[in-house]
Design a protein around this ligand. Structure first.
Ligand code: BES
Ligand code: MN
Ligand code: MN
Length: 477
């Protein structure tokens, strides 16, 4: 592949001038073709955590990561079982006690590839096209999680050591909300203990401008089942005599959110920390072109909670979304039936200080209270959840990431948030008391979770440089 020579120019920059070896850059350039082939290998493993039939593939991806980490020079590398999908741990702890210990995170599980017919090349073929690698998980997060591994290899191979103590922690269940990660983290707190966490899962602003991710939302979800008669009924024989579960479900759902975008679940906003003037100013400082956003999505207009900007709603206000609704007859022609049941899935994105337990309790109670006459309603919590996570301003890790991004892009990063979630960030904070920052290089046009996901080889190369720089920066104290 073409070598990105621009990276090398960085080392004329003031911050990294003294003592920055050129060796690892050359190592990364020299071995880039192999690194790309390795990412293709990893993308070819269909490690879809949501699907039981892919459980062996998630294990295979974990084993692949174990082998790759060992080859990079990490020690104590192992695949650890959990009550669900496994995790990978490895470390290199010889930098000295005066150096910080940095935990580097990523995930090797991927979203389901469906709908398959919309992919131009098969999702697990990992085809190279136009300087990009196409495949499910190429961007989210297999391309991302390779960066810390390759950076460590390059530093170890060229300098014989790492500038800081490093722990690698990769999981195989992020895309399903890390349902069995909490007990693993609790039981292995000593193993995972670190001074800071850097996530290689997340994203970047553009090819030429950087962002610093300051906030992630939390998540909780439920499935609603509304039942009526014990079997589907003839709508002429029973319509007008008993309630229809699909109507009942529709009434419940319609009651959950107003035309003003407010969520009408009593208590839903009680724990929400209102945005401060500074928060709103920080969000407003980030460029946003509403017309371009509308055009890009192909929607007739934006819609969200009144009183907040689109960006505030996207990044910093809680949401409730219906993800699926089904029941009744959906074939051709007419079928005069009252279906016996109707179902829906709902997820809420949470902000500080909402918690999944609290919001689920409020939501379930409210849905039960809305049960229409003549019907039964059941609510079940969906597995997987996340607490909201705010990156603290002025934290060492955040500052180091900001410095590296500034040097790498020649400009200070935008301070952004996302409506996305990474459950492990709040989990590690809660269980270890350790704060995290994010440094990742996926771009938002890379179709993550959608057909034709891809990762730019230029981002891949840049991410390797960035992680070498970050470890060096952290080693300077
Ligand atoms: N990498 C994403 C989260 C993300 C997206 C961070 C965009 C920053 C920018 C992650 O893999 C993801 O998709 N998380 C899920 C978690 C959920 C299942 C708990 C999400 O946000 O839907
Ligand atoms: Mn991800
Ligand atoms: Mn994802």
């Amino acid at each position: 592949m073409a070598i990105d020579r621009r990276d090398k120019g960085l080392f004329s920059g003031a911050i990294f001038q003294q003592g920055a070896p050129m060796g690892w850059q050359e190592y990364l350039d020299t071995h880039q073709n192999r690194f790309v082939a390795e990412l293709q290998d990893l993308v070819r493993i269909p490690s879809v955590s949501a699907k039981p039939e892919h459980m062996p593939d998630v294990v295979a991806a974990g084993e692949w990561v174990v082998a790759r980490l060992r080859a990079a020079g990490a020690e104590n590398v192992a695949l650890y079982p959990t009550q669900g999908h496994p995790v990978v741990y490895g470390d290199w702890l010889h930098a000295g006690e005066d150096k910080p210990t940095v935990l580097l995170y990523g995930h090797f599980d991927v979203q389901p590839a469906e709908p398959l017919d919309l992919w131009q090349t098969p999702p697990f073929a990992a085809e190279l096209r136009d300087g990009r690698i196409y495949g499910r998980g190429a961007s989210d997060d297999k391309g991302g999680m390779m960066a810390p591994i390759l950076a460590a290899e390059a530093l170890l191979q060229t300098t014989g050591r790492l500038p800081v103590n490093v722990k690698f922690f990769f999981e195989g269940q992020e895309e399903i909300g890390s349902p069995t990660l909490a007990p693993f983290v609790k039981d292995n707190a000593a193993l995972l203990r670190a001074d800071m966490i850097i996530s290689a899962d997340g994203g970047q602003w553009s090819e030429t401008e950087a962002n610093l991710l300051m906030g992630l939302k939390g998540l909780v979800g439920c499935e609603i089942t509304v039942t009526g008669a014990n079997a589907d009924l003839h709508s002429g024989m029973h319509g007008g005599g008993v309630a229809n579960p699909l109507h009942g479900l529709s009434q419940i759902i319609a009651a959950l959110k107003g035309a003003d975008g407010r969520i009408n679940v009593p208590g839903f906003y009680d724990d929400v920390v209102e945005l401060t003037v500074e928060d709103r100013q920080a969000i407003a400082r980030v460029p946003f072109d509403q017309e371009a956003y509308i055009a890009q999505l192909g929607v007739p207009d934006v819609f969200g909670e009144e009183g907040y900007s689109v960006r505030e709603n996207l990044w910093a206000r809680p949401t409730l979304e219906l993800n699926g609704i089904w029941g009744g007859y959906q074939g051709g022609g007419i079928k005069t039936v009252l279906p016996s049941e109707a179902r829906a899935k709902i997820t809420c994105r949470l902000v500080a200080n909402q918690t999944p337990d609290q919001i689920y309790a409020l939501l379930a109670a409210h849905i039960h209270s809305l049960c229409p006459k003549g019907l039964r309603v059941a609510v079940e919590r969906l597995p997987g959840s996340a607490n909201p996570f705010l990156v603290p301003r002025g934290h060492n890790g955040t500052a180091a990431v900001a410095e590296v991004l500034s040097a790498l892009y020649g400009k200070a990063p935008y301070e952004v948030r996302t409506g996305g979630s990474i459950p492990v960030m709040s989990l590690l904070l809660q269980e270890l008391g350790v704060h995290g920052a994010v440094m990742a290089f996926g771009l938002n046009d890379e179709n993550i979770h959608a057909p034709n996901e891809f990762y730019r080889l230029s981002s891949y190369r840049k991410s390797q440089t960035a992680y070498c720089m970050l470890l060096e920066r952290l080693g300077q104290g």
